[in-house]
Design a protein around this ligand. Structure first.
Ligand code: NAD
Ligand code: IPM
Ligand code: MN
Length: 351
């Protein structure tokens, strides 16, 4: 079998710190297996701006298009607050250029995580849902966009095609899970949301095996923490999905452990933690590496069908959480390096 090409975008602030951890775990978990890979590191985000003046250099996008999968940690931060083009623009551009229109963000609480959660155990037991966030349209991409001294304009736009393709992803996912979809919108106010809900209803007729309910995003933001265990697949526009997924992460106790996958019609998937570059803790050696490790695990199953390798990585993650070998964001006193070492040691012993 040929070597898989994995494009690596280490990013900014804690980005390189957790990427190193993810790659160390990948190396350990694939050692002695038939899975062979090649890492191709590219400039991206703030690092792209600093080195070649662009957050998404030509060469990076060309290389990414030819990859089997793309691994990104996180970009952005105060260093580029005044820059004419921000690192975040590169992230939006790569999602758009690769047509990564659906972003999958899981929330699951294992028994080891339950006591780390700020929520009561009885309210979150059994939580296992995924947010399917539309990723290449909506308020993030609508035109016109303008910022003047005395007024500013953003545009929230959705076409039928853009909504239908993300609904398809969500409904098909629900068929393989708990046959339940929650369509989230603000259709009591917004036109784009009225279309969103209308198309949700059309899909509900096309998928009679899937139970569908509808929520306004404000009520959903309560339900997601009050009764998270009732959800299965949550399909939502770009901006709402951004907000709800950070909220959902908190159910697990820390955003520092949550992975995501961005998928499109064809071409490579992009895998990334849902959190940002955490400038407040960068350089301190305490960034939680579990988000990146879980991101790598997701890639191994979803892009490479290497389920055994994913299982190995997940077992190591469960082990460190159960033994409280975790960073401060999860209530522990460990460092990025010591958690990573514990993961690698666990995997080597299992091998
Ligand atoms: P953030 O997600 O970086 O941080 C929010 C809080 O979570 C901080 O207290 C941070 O310390 C903590 N946190 C996040 N990841 C952690 C980890 N792995 N371990 C421990 N703690 C962790 O959000 P922010 O501070 O609002 O944004 C910082 C920068 O990141 C901004 O420039 C933003 O635009 C960017 N950002 C990038 C991405 C991405 O690259 N995909 C995603 C979100 C935000
Ligand atoms: C995310 C981030 C990005 C988004 C930013 C950095 C552009 O918050 O991936 O969730 O809003 O999509
Ligand atoms: Mn976000």
């Amino acid at each position: 079998t040929s070597k898989k090409k994995i494009v690596v975008l280490p990013g900014d602030y804690i980005g390189p710190e957790i990427m190193a951890a993810g790659l160390a775990v990948l190396a350990a978990a694939t050692q002695g297996t038939d899975f062979k890979y090649e890492l191709i590191e590219c400039r991206f985000g703030g690092a792209g701006i600093d080195q070649v003046g662009q957050p998404l250099p030509e060469e990076t996008i060309r290389t990414a298009q030819q990859a089997d999968a793309i691994l990104l940690s996180a970009i952005g931060g105060p260093k580029w607050d005044q820059a004419p083009i921000r690192p975040e623009a590169g992230l939006l551009s790569i999602r758009s250029a690769l047509n990564l229109f659906a972003n999958i963000r899981p929330t699951q609480v294992s028994s080891a995580q339950i006591e780390r959660s700020p929520l009561k155990a009885e309210n979150i037991t059994g939580t296992d849902f995924v947010i399917v966030r539309e990723l290449t349209s909506g308020a993030y991409f609508g035109k016109p966009r303008r910022l003047d001294h005395d007024e500013a304009v953003d545009t929230m736009y959705y076409s039928r095609t853009e909504i239908e393709r993300v609904m398809s992803v969500g409904f098909q996912m629900a068929q393989k899970r708990k046959q339940h979809v929650t369509v989230v919108d603000k259709s009591n106010v917004l036109a784009t949301s009225k279309l969103w809900r209308q198309i949700g209803k059309e899909f509900s007729e096309r998928y009679p095996d899937v139970q569908v309910d509808y929520r306004y995003v404000d009520a959903m933001s309560m339900a997601i923490i009050a009764q998270p265990a009732q959800f299965d697949v949550v399909i939502t526009p770009n901006l709402f999905g951004d907000i709800l997924s950070d909220e959902a992460a908190q159910i697990t106790g820390s955003i520092g452990q949550i992975q995501s996958m961005s998928i499109g019609a064809n071409g490579p998937n992009l895998y990334e933690p849902i959190h940002g570059s955490a400038p407040d803790i960068a350089g301190k050696g305490i960034a939680n590496p579990l988000s990146m490790v879980n991101t790598v695990a997701m890639m191994m199953t979803q892009s490479f069908n290497e389920n055994q390798i994913t299982t190995k990585i997940q077992a190591a993650v469960d082990y460190v959480i159960a033994h409280k070998i975790v960073t401060p964001d999860m209530g522990g006193d460990q460092t990025t390096a010591s958690v990573t070492k514990a993961l690698v040691d666990f995997i080597r012993e299992e091998n």
